[in-house]
Design a protein around this ligand. Structure first.
Ligand code: CP
Length: 315
């Protein structure tokens, strides 16, 4: 068992570890092609749909010289015959050096890490956490602001089910942020995360209005999709799905340094006229996922920043 090397929750990461992984991501951005993971196998087990997370993890593994196995649809696996998650993890650990897993159950990644002999990387567990997304969010914030400390961050949209915002606020506890939670009542930040903020001295304000005046407060404007797949009542989804739509005209009071992030996919919450605005950063943010995930895979396999710096580039 090797749970200590797994990457399951952002809550485990110290300020120093976050900054260390950012340094590693910078190295990978400078030179993405390496042979650090030559002869290693990375398994990607996706029990839920994904575009960015799976493809960027697989690209990260490929650019590091590893080979990739896995599945994108659990219906083609023996879980349909009743195989348990534990047995699936035990089987895959016979074949792979690291397991990247997305699962619809909250806590599934923690459980997998406890039974797995190889490191497990959480690629999203239900509405709980998405820590690799958080690392790429932090890297994006660091790149665009030049720091992580003392920033004003607006979180907008589905703050109830959006696992990326839950992970982000936990990670930011080290960096003295001020959060503004902007959500309709039905999708408000859950009480447990507000308690977390109070316990960790994180300042936050709650708003229901989303307009140019509140956007003017932001260094980072973090938009989220309303998570249709988490609703049990689809009528409620229909009521709230388009409650906040960011349009270019709403950016006229935005700070010059302000960047718009979104974990993507977007549905309607960012109008296309925002895409060419200099504040828009969500496509670059997704690209940063490659470098952040190269850092995460390397780190859980025991490679250090020095190993990365010394690794010979593949020609
Ligand atoms: N941001 C994110 O998790 O995207 P995917 O669902 O496409 O992986």
């Amino acid at each position: 068992m090797n749970p200590q090397r797994s990457f399951v929750t952002i809550a485990d990461l110290s300020r120093e570890k976050i900054l260390y992984l950012i340094r590693m991501a910078e190295e990978f951005e400078a030179f993405p092609n390496r042979d650090l993971l030559k002869n290693r196998i990375v398994a990607t087990l996706f029990f839920e749909p994904s575009t960015r997370t799976r493809l960027s993890f697989e690209t990260a593994a490929n650019r590091l010289g590893a080979k990739v196995i896995g599945f994108t649809d659990p219906k083609v696996t023996s879980s349909t015959k009743g195989e348990t998650l534990k047995d699936t993890i035990m089987m895959v650990s016979n074949y792979a050096d690291v397991i990247v897993m997305r699962h619809y159950l909250e806590g599934a990644a923690q459980y997998a890490s406890e039974v797995s002999p190889v490191p497990v990387v959480n690629a999203g567990d239900g509405a709980n956490q998405h820590p690799s997304q958080t690392m790429l969010d932090l890297y994006s914030i660091y790149k665009t602001q030049g720091r992580l400390d003392d920033l004003n961050i607006l979180l907008v949209g589905d703050l109830k089910y959006g696992r990326t915002v839950h992970s982000l606020l936990m990670a930011m506890r080290h960096f003295n942020p001020t959060f503004h939670f902007i959500a309709p009542k039905e999708l408000a930040m859950p009480e447990e995360y507000k308690v977390y903020c109070r316990e960790h001295g994180i300042r936050y304000e709650e708003h229901e209005d989303f307009n140019a005046d509140v956007i003017a407060k932001a260094d980072i404007l973090y938009m989220t999709r309303v998570q249709r797949e988490r609703f049990t009542d689809l009528m409620e989804y229909e009521r709230v799905k388009d409650v906040y739509i960011l349009r270019a005209a709403m950016l006229n009071k935005a700070r010059e340094n302000m960047k718009i992030l979104h974990p993507l996919p977007r549905v309607n919450e960012i109008a296309y006229d925002v895409d060419n605005d200099p504040h828009a950063y969500y496509f670059e943010q997704a690209r940063n996922g490659l470098y952040a995930r190269q850092a995460i895979i390397s780190d859980v396999l025991g490679f250090t920043l020095e190993d990365v710096q010394n690794n010979k580039l593949q020609l």
